[in-house]
Design a protein around this ligand. Structure first.
Ligand SMILES: NC(=O)c1ccc[n+]([C@@H]2O[C@H](COP(=O)([O-])OP(=O)(O)OC[C@H]3O[C@@H](n4cnc5c(N)ncnc54)[C@H](OP(=O)(O)O)[C@@H]3O)[C@@H](O)[C@H]2O)c1
Length: 71
């Protein structure tokens, strides 16, 4: 019996994408072709060439500037 693989695209929101786990999840989500959004704290945007942000942007993530403690 053949098994049909259903590929769906989901919008994925990642909290902590500048961290170890969140970064891995964001990369995996983008590699799987999902539109991926990353919540990023404001201090990262003080350095647009941040080594934590640049790879996310280059991989196609949409960055959302949010401080979870002050939504
Ligand atoms: N790594 C592991 O093997 C592991 C295993 C089990 C459980 N965990 C748990 O999983 C979580 C993530 O681990 P991790 O290793 O990826 O940690 P991490 O590398 O320190 O990353 C933490 C992430 O959370 C963000 N963050 C912290 N406070 C925030 C706030 N107030 N608003 C918005 N974002 C905030 C950080 O943003 P900034 O870059 O702005 O600081 C960073 O992106 C932790 O709770 C950890 O205890 C980790």
């Amino acid at each position: 019996m053949s098994r049909e693989v259903v590929r769906t695209r989901s919008r994925v929101l990642v909290v902590g994408a500048t961290g170890r786990l969140g970064g891995s999840i964001a990369r995996a989500s983008l590699a799987a072709g999902h539109p991926t959004f990353a919540l990023v704290r404001p201090h990262h945007f003080a350095r647009p060439d941040s080594p934590l942000l640049e790879p996310l942007v280059a991989a196609g993530a949409t960055l959302l500037q949010v401080n979870a403690r002050h939504p």
